[in-house]
Ligand binder design. Structure first.
Ligand code: HBZ
Length: 835
């Protein structure tokens, strides 16, 4: 293959060379020519930027070679549509993927700069809320590593998920100005901008052949500008693209006509256009029917579909084969308006007839569901939807009409079924049910863990399962071991590689080989030492940032995830209070010292979640200041839990809290990241916990609580939380401690909403699971005392976790859903010596 690097760039050129001397020269060059600084006046951020550009230069060849290869070969391509990509910092990941980590570290050291310091400087792109957004990030990592042609399409939010501060124990939200100092990893492509229409009305016309057509006359048009970020694979030349869309105002003639003579009005219109991609909605697992959110969804979906059509045209491919060229994955219902938009593009802009367009559309899309929580299912009021997307509303009505005819044929005389399945909810004010549209418009529907996929078929999507059983499948989530082991836990990664070689990084099942060393006392010692060292790192971090000293010999018990009642951080809190009460009652009690660490953001409008944060901080206040607790119990709420910080947290955990009410957590992915790093799990039979327990072995997993089925039975039988409160003295004491004002400076009202919700409703069955949980926690404390046995359980968790690599998940999608093939990219070699 011919090199596309300009031929006046030579081997060891400043932009490509990868030995220490060249890297140093390139770094100073970028500091000078990009940051316009010399060392004496440079800030840490200048150094970070200079290094980022130095690294970026070195990945461009792979990226552009990949683009060229895909353009030439026109392979079947995955388009992963997601309103969220929670990427985390890029620098370390790119260094690792380029194989430049160590040589760059040395180059920086020769300048007296610490690489870890520079890595810390990167402001992470927090373009997601939690699990769903991070899953998208893990998946594009694996797609590149597995050499699958793929594009990630999403939104370039100007403000990502808010930064969290804690003031007086309460969460305070701070705007995330992640672009403030520039983003060296993105390349704007203004030349590839597209137009997206909003509002207005439709008009019918008949063409010269007497064919009937519909035209959408929009109220406004917004420009979508793509910003591209390269996504490197590990140990491969393939580098895929993450293409995020930014909304801008057009300066078109039409647009000005709306604002004739009204300068301020037109500037206001401009900022209204740009509002579309201003900010990420900070809700996870709860839905808010805001028009702007709907507009965000349509905006990025329309840009992405038009982009795909444009690419096919550039490759001289006919749109009749759209579904052969692209497999589009819908990451939850957020991009589901794509079903209607692809229909519109084919019908109205490319003159396909309905049947042909529908055939293409339904062979293109596949839908991943991430939740069973009814409050999270998206539905848009017909009025709101129709006012922004009048043409799409017509198309959805037509899809529904034809769909209900199909249902009628398969299930005659079943009016209730028709009402239940209709894409339009007509039980009161009329709504569009996006999950129904996704099911009808997709050829595949999957849940994200085995239990979740089964429950989907049995409950939320039961009717659709009966209608289209062949569409349903499961793909259990996975996470990338590159970021969450190699990068975040180099000590552990090095130890593993020393024992079994490094092929585990791309073939995680190889970790099984570690089982050979289970009774090798030197290995066990080293393994333990790694954990202790990493815990010491976290302890140092906490001392520096919180001025609290924690003991690395205590059991690090960590619950890190979004705050939600179904995730039951307050059940964990009840156990802490129980331990506190026991020690107060018996100050000489022999307890296993524990450090309870929490991290996670609450949706700003979710009052109960915010109250849970306040409760944890209030308990921490009392516990950490009580001399009776010294060296036995510490509680810390770690603020602003994000990807960067998560990378410090997972490696340091002894115990991973995965304690959601069974049937509520679709999968969980933190559970996998903890386990990969040798934490043992205390968990319910929920989401992927079930599968984790299956592979690591039930003797290496702390199980408690009701099963999903028992939860349903209990509720059906008329669950009464008071029965548990009245019959369990430790539970009663723990709750009474809170309601007495003990943790709230005597104020009995502060936590009343939380306690009332537990005692009068307890939707998530905390009280029912309390006894089982504390008994299980007591078993954990006992087990931790047998150091050697604990280490072996921990090793087994690492050794058997291979299934939960996102590489396995992506292979599942590739084989069972997308039917795409890998396409290896060749890169003409420069001399790649690092010495
Ligand atoms: O998706 C999570 C599930 O709760 C978790 O169990 C699963 O492991 C993970 C990946 O499959 N769901 C989310 O994170 N959901 C959201 O963040 C969300 C964001 C915006 C919404 C709705 C949900 O409008």
């Amino acid at each position: 293959m011919v090199s596309i690097v300009p031929n006046n760039i030579q081997i060891e050129d400043d932009r490509t060379g990868i030995n220490v001397e060249t890297l140093k020269r390139a770094f100073l060059d970028n500091l000078f020519y990009i940051q316009a600084k010399f060392p004496k006046i440079s800030t840490k951020n200048d150094y970070y930027m200079a290094l980022a550009y130095t690294v970026r230069d070195r990945l461009l060849n792979r990226w552009l070679q990949t683009t060229q290869t895909y353009l030439e070969k026109a392979p079947r391509t995955v388009a992963y549509l997601s309103a969220e990509f929670l990427m985390g910092p890029h620098l370390g990941n790119n260094l690792m993927n380029l194989g430049l980590y160590n040589v760059v570290k040395q180059a920086m050291e020769e300048f007296g700069l610490g690489l870890t310091d520079l890595l810390e400087q990167e402001e992470e792109p927090g373009l997601g809320n939690g699990g769903l957004g991070r899953l998208a990030a893990c998946y594009i990592d694996s797609l590149a590593t597995l050499e699958i042609p793929a594009i990630g399409y999403g939104i370039r939010y100007e403000y990502g998920i808010f930064d969290q501060e804690i003031k007086n124990g309460w969460q305070v939200e701070i705007t995330d100005k992640w672009l403030r100092y520039g983003n060296p990893w993105e390349v704007p492509r203004p030349e590839a901008e597209l137009e997206v229409k909003f509002g207005g009305h439709t008009e019918n016309y008949t063409d010269e052949h007497g064919r009937y057509h519909v035209q959408w006359i929009p109220f406004k048009v917004v420009k979508g500008v793509p910003y591209d970020t390269p996504i490197l694979g590990f140990q491969t030349n393939n580098a895929n693209t993450l293409r995020l869309w930014k909304a801008e105002a057009p300066e078109s003639f039409d647009f000005e006509a709306f604002n004739k003579g009204d300068y301020f009005g037109s500037v206001q219109e401009k900022s209204e256009c740009e509002n579309i991609t201003k900010v990420l909605y900070p809700n996870d697992d709860s839905y808010q029917g805001k028009q702007l959110r709907l507009e965000q969804q349509f905006f990025f979906v329309s840009c992405s579909l038009q982009d795909m059509i444009r690419m096919m045209k550039a490759q001289n491919l006919t749109l009749e084969r759209f579904h052969e060229h692209f497999a589009i994955q819908l990451n939850d219902t957020h991009p589901t308006i794509a079903v209607a938009e692809l229909m519109r593009l084919l019908l109205d802009e490319h003159q396909f007839d309905w049947d042909k367009a529908w055939n293409i559309t339904t062979k293109t899309f596949a839908y991943t569901n991430h939740t069973l929580l009814p409050e999270a299912l998206e539905r848009w009021s017909i009025n709101m939807f129709g006012s922004s997307f009048p043409r799409h509303l017509q198309i959805i009505y037509e899809i529904n009409l034809r769909f209900l005819d199909e249902v009628r044929i398969k299930f005659p005389d079943d009016g209730n079924r028709l009402r239940r399945m209709s894409i339009i909810d007509e039980s009161g004010e009329r709504y569009i049910r996006m999950a129904h549209l996704a099911c009808v418009g997709s050829f595949a529907i999957n849940g994200v863990a085995e239990l979740h996929s089964e429950l989907l078929k049995k409950t939320t999507l039961h009717d659709f399962y009966e209608m289209y059983p062949e569409k349903f499948t499961n793909v259990t989530n996975g996470v990338t071991p590159r970021r969450f082991m190699v990068l975040s836990n180099p000590r552990l990664a090095n130890l593993i590689t020393k024992k079994i070689g490094d092929s585990w990084v791309t073939n995680l099942d190889e970790l099984r080989k570690l089982e050979t060393f289970l009774y090798d006392s030197d290995f066990c010692k080293e393994f333990h030492q790694v954990k202790q060292d990493v815990k010491q790192d976290l302890a140092n971090y906490i001392r520096t940032n919180y001025n609290i000293t924690i003991d690395p010999n205590s059991l690090f018990d960590i619950q890190a995830k979004r705050i939600h009642e179904y995730k039951r951080q307050h059940l964990n809190a009840l156990y802490i209070i129980t331990l506190y009460n026991r020690i107060k009652a018996n100050p000489n009690l022999d307890v296993t010292p524990r450090t309870f660490l929490f991290g996670g953001k609450a949706a700003p409008g979710y009052y109960m979640a915010k109250l849970i944060i306040k409760l944890i901080n209030s308990i921490a206040d009392v516990v950490n200041h009580d001399p009776d607790m010294r060296d036995r119990l510490k509680v810390i709420f770690l603020k602003d839990y994000n990807v960067k910080f998560a990378q410090r947290v997972y490696p340091a955990a002894d115990l991973s809290e995965q304690i959601s009410t069974a049937g509520k957590e679709a999968s969980g992915t933190g559970n996998m990241k903890f386990s990969m790093n040798g934490a043992l799990t205390i968990g319910t039979l929920d989401g992927a916990n079930i599968e984790i327990r299956e592979v690591v072995g039930e003797e290496n997993f702390f199980l408690f609580g009701l099963t999903a089925e028992e939860v349903l039975q209990k509720k059906a039988a008329g669950y009464n939380p008071w029965d548990y409160y009245n019959s369990n003295p430790e539970l009663k004491l723990a709750i009474d401690r809170i309601s007495s004002g003990f943790f709230s400076h005597g104020d009995p009202n502060l936590f009343k909403p939380l306690l009332d919700s537990l005692l009068y409703r307890d939707q998530y069955l905390l009280l029912a699971d309390y006894q089982s949980y504390i008994e299980c926690q007591d078993r954990v404390s006992q087990a931790y005392r047998d150091r050697e046995q604990w280490i072996r359980m921990s090793i087994l968790n690492v050794a058997r976790i291979g299934k939960f690599s996102s590489d396995r998940s992506i292979r599942d999608y590739v084989q069972n859903i997308w039917k795409v093939s890998a396409l290896k990219v060749e890169v003409p070699e420069y001399s790649q010596s690092t010495n």
